[in-house]
Design a protein around this ligand. Structure first.
Ligand SMILES: Nc1nc2c(ncn2[C@@H]2O[C@H](COP(=O)(O)OP(=O)(O)O)[C@@H](O)[C@H]2O)c(=O)[nH]1
Ligand SMILES: [Mg+2]
Length: 405
């Protein structure tokens, strides 16, 4: 399953702009490892230093792309409509949106750092809005919604525990599976919230909210993107966000700037690798006045001040810092580093921190996991057991028994 990242926040914070920028890559991928079914789902990319340069080979990527030594690995992005107050009760299709958000592995919570929206998400005079308040407003909706789901199943959970059919942990996890929440998330949340020691039928409304708050944090790791940093008024709010929301990572960004750069790159006007700190105009005489102005604005207001637009960086923080994914390159020929078509370093998979080579085999093909005998580390030629824990940048050959019949 691809890593899935949901983008949440109030209306007009720049979610769709971020989504459009992050999903635009002019380089083409040979074979997409997954498809997206609806318009608000798209393919974004985690960017990592490819192993090709270290090994001095020219690669031929299939499920990802390599741009000047940077490997872009597909991840799924979900652009959600703005949540409004009362979403947890179903206001403004709130329940539907929240359940889509809950299907994500991690969330990007977008706020308008320039303060150009009011508490309802309407466009307002820059500097008048409060992104810290906006953040907490949305977080409250999520927590209340989770609490509502548990509350709605209270009788079922009580009965399950009383009849000893399952533990509290198991019963809670079973009513939350639709939200991609599992027993280990529930167990951690019970510990952190101090609720593990209290009998479920004694939980007060407040206890339920304490537990839901802990569960929200644990099950859906989140970064905040402080958007619209190109507007000078945003700087103070960015500092406030960093101070008040710590330890949640806050990434300063200008989604609009990234969208303009990627579009200009696609049109062949500039050289730009997403996430880089520089762009280069190919032929200044081809730019019109508006384009010149926009690129100059981005250079001065965004790159000179914040180094990068923050869009690619935000996706990377989610994938590599929050989810601690490792980029692993499976090959069929460990000497040539190819698949059976001779493509060099064809694929790369994002694997969770504790994943083993057996998990990698299962990710490639369920059949491969069944027939796998051992694996080989292509760098050293050493044989690896099935339970070898994958590390970032591993290049792995899976050795499987020949299939019978
Ligand atoms: N100045 C500035 N405006 C932005 C930025 N990102 C988005 N916007 C503007 O904010 C408005 C709302 O953007 P949109 O992506 O539709 O927000 P959404 O409702 O959260 O999806 C639009 O007018 C965008 O052009 C940014 O980085 N800087
Ligand atoms: Mg939108």
């Amino acid at each position: 399953m691809p890593v899935r990242i949901g983008i949440i926040g109030k209306t007009n914070t720049g979610k769709t702009t971020f989504f459009n920028a992050a999903t635009l890559l002019s380089a083409r991928i040979g074979k997409f490892p997954f498809t997206t079914k609806t318009p608000q789902r798209g393919i974004g990319y985690a960017k990592t230093l490819c192993v090709c340069r270290e090994l001095g080979v020219k690669d031929n990527p299939q499920n990802s792309v390599c741009i000047e030594g940077w490997r872009f690995i597909p991840v799924e992005l979900v652009d959600l409509p703005g949540l409004i107050e009362g979403a947890w009760k179903g206001r403004g299709l709130g329940n539907e949106f929240l359940s889509v958000a809950a299907q994500a592995d991690a969330l990007i919570h977008m706020v308008d750092a320039s303060g150009s929206i009011d508490s309802e998400g309407r466009i307002a005079e820059p500097g008048t809005g409060d992104p810290v308040r906006d953040f907490y407003d949305i977080e409250r909706e999520i927590v209340l919604w989770m609490a509502k789901i548990i509350e709605g199943k209270r009788k079922y959970i009580e009965k399950t525990i009383e009849s000893r059919r399952d533990t509290l942990k198991g019963a809670l996890a079973s009513v939350l599976t639709g939200l991609r929440i599992d027993e280990s998330h529930v167990a951690q949340a019970l510990e952190v919230s101090g609720m593990a020691s209290k009998a479920f039928h004694d939980w007060s409304r407040e206890d339920l909210l304490t537990f839901s708050t802990a569960l929200r944090k644990i099950a859906k790791p989140t970064i905040v993107v402080a958007n619209k940093m190109d507007i000078p008024l945003a700087e103070d709010n960015y500092k406030r966000l960093v101070n008040e929301l710590s330890p949640i990572p806050v990434v300063p960004a200008s989604a609009e700037a990234e969208l303009i750069l990627r579009r200009a790159e696609r049109r062949g006007l500039i050289r730009y690798i997403p996430g880089e700190e520089i762009f280069e105009v190919k032929d200044p005489s081809k730019l019109n006045e508006k384009q010149k102005w926009a690129l100059n604005y981005i250079q001065e207001r965004v790159l000179n001040k914040w180094w990068r637009t923050g869009v690619q960086f935000a996706v990377n923080v989610v994938v590599f810092k929050l989810l601690r994914m490792n980029a692993v390159y499976p090959v069929e020929d460990e000497k040539r580093l190819t698949d059976h078509h001779g493509n060099v370093l064809p694929d790369v998979y994002l694997m969770p921190p504790d994943a083993t080579v057996l998990d990698l085999a299962a990710e490639i093909h369920t059949e491969l996991a069944k027939t796998m005998i051992y694996a080989i580390d292509a760098r050293t030629g050493l044989r690896l057991p099935k339970d070898y824990k994958l590390r970032d940048r591993d290049i792995i050959k899976i050795v499987a028994a020949a299939r019978r019949g």
